[in-house]
Ligand binder design. Structure first.
Ligand SMILES: Cc1cc2nc3c(=O)[nH]c(=O)nc-3n(C[C@H](O)[C@H](O)[C@H](O)COP(=O)(O)O)c2cc1C
Length: 325
């Protein structure tokens, strides 16, 4: 096996493959299985701000005593948070690979105290899964962008461990936003989250969830921006996410400049031990190309290093349209 060691957020990982946040990283058994099969790190399932609020509301509406509502809200809040902190503590006790908890948030205030508790429970870094859904047509994109910056400023006041933002790609200028995150002390970005999306069942006449798991061809939305973000003159770490179904897929993101590569859907389909196969695929490819270390090829085909960088800029199929006509 070639040397797959890599650096991420100042941590040393024995593989660039990270199991991304989902139910696959919610028990000690799964986390141990991830480590035993060669995962470089694990991102725990997210603690959802929404989920906690939902529980509080559903119980609150079942009776009419405000004091009891307060008591129950506090109880549920404390217990959701406490069981999550316990998962972090146990993971740190049982694993030697980095453990990165995750918070899913939809407001920039109120919950930043959780983050401090997670750091105290032993988290090596913290991933913030963040998306402010723009549903109000009277609010500009500048308003939404400001929420991200407020969130970072609030978090940075209470958390000292490395912070990673897991973002979506729907920004007017992603590179500008990454620059803003970096300038405010964010150590890493996950590019990109893959959101829950609606679909329509035309027979049942219902709105249903779209496909939950990714396809390999979804990488096409991500590769361009990793190739361009990794070529900037700022040192923010990049973790690739979406559409990695094999070691070969991971290599593409590393060549585009990612520091690490997160994996989720394929492990739902093939099981956590598939990480071992993916590490082997990366190693075999490195041997075939005579690369000894990940740094020997990381970013080799990004916007800065590739001889024809304009391929990252092209968005229109001009050449193909003309050849099809
Ligand atoms: C069933 C399922 C649950 C997920 N839960 C979370 C979550 O709790 N927090 C989070 O940040 N991402 C969550 N994700 C997103 C994944 O971590 C990942 O970013 C996304 O699936 C894209 O990676 P993939 O193409 O390897 O699946 C979830 C994905 C799936 C399929």
């Amino acid at each position: 096996m070639e040397n797959l060691t890599t650096k991420y957020l100042g941590l040393t990982l024995k593989s660039p493959l990270i199991i991304s946040s989902s139910r696959l990283t919610s028990t000690i058994g799964q986390l141990k299985e991830a480590e035993d099969n060669g995962a470089g790190a694990v991102v725990l399932k997210s603690l959802f701000e929404e989920q906690i609020n939902y529980h509080i509301h559903s119980i609150s509406s079942s009776h009419g005593y405000p004091e009891a509502d307060d008591y129950l809200s506090n109880y549920i809040h404390a217990n959701s948070v406490e069981s999550y902190l316990e998962l972090i503590r146990k993971a740190k006790k049982n694993l030697s690979i980095p453990v990165i908890p995750s918070i899913n948030c939809y407001t920039s205030r109120g919950w930043t105290g959780f983050a401090k508790n997670m750091a105290e429970a032993g988290a090596d870094a913290l991933e913030i899964n963040v998306f402010f859904m723009p549903t109000d047509r009277k609010k500009s994109s500048a308003y939404s962008e400001k929420l991200y910056l407020e969130l970072i400023e609030n978090l940075k006041k209470s958390v000292k461990i490395p912070l990673v933002l897991k973002i979506g790609f729907r920004f007017s200028n992603i590179l500008f936003m990454i620059d803003q995150f970096y300038n405010r002390g964010i150590e890493g970005v996950v590019m990109f989250n893959r959101f829950y999306e609606p679909d329509i069942d035309i027979n049942k006449m219902e709105v249903i969830p779209a496909e939950i798991f990714s396809q390999e061809n979804e990488r096409r939305y991500v590769l361009r921006w990793i190739g361009m973000a990794s070529a900037q003159d700022i040192k923010i770490d990049i973790s690739a996410s979406t559409g990695v179904h094999s070691g070969q897929d991971a290599i593409k993101y590393l060549l585009a400049g990612a520091d690490t590569v997160q994996v989720c859907s394929v492990l739902y389909n093939k099981g956590i031990p598939f990480i071992k196969t993916m590490n082997q695929q990366i190693s075999d490819w490195m041997a075939s190309k005579k690369f000894k270390n990940i740094d020997d090829f990381r970013g080799k085909l990004n916007y800065l290093n590739y001889e024809k960088p304009t391929v990252f800029e092209r968005t229109q199929f001009m050449k193909y349209f003309s050849s099809f006509e």
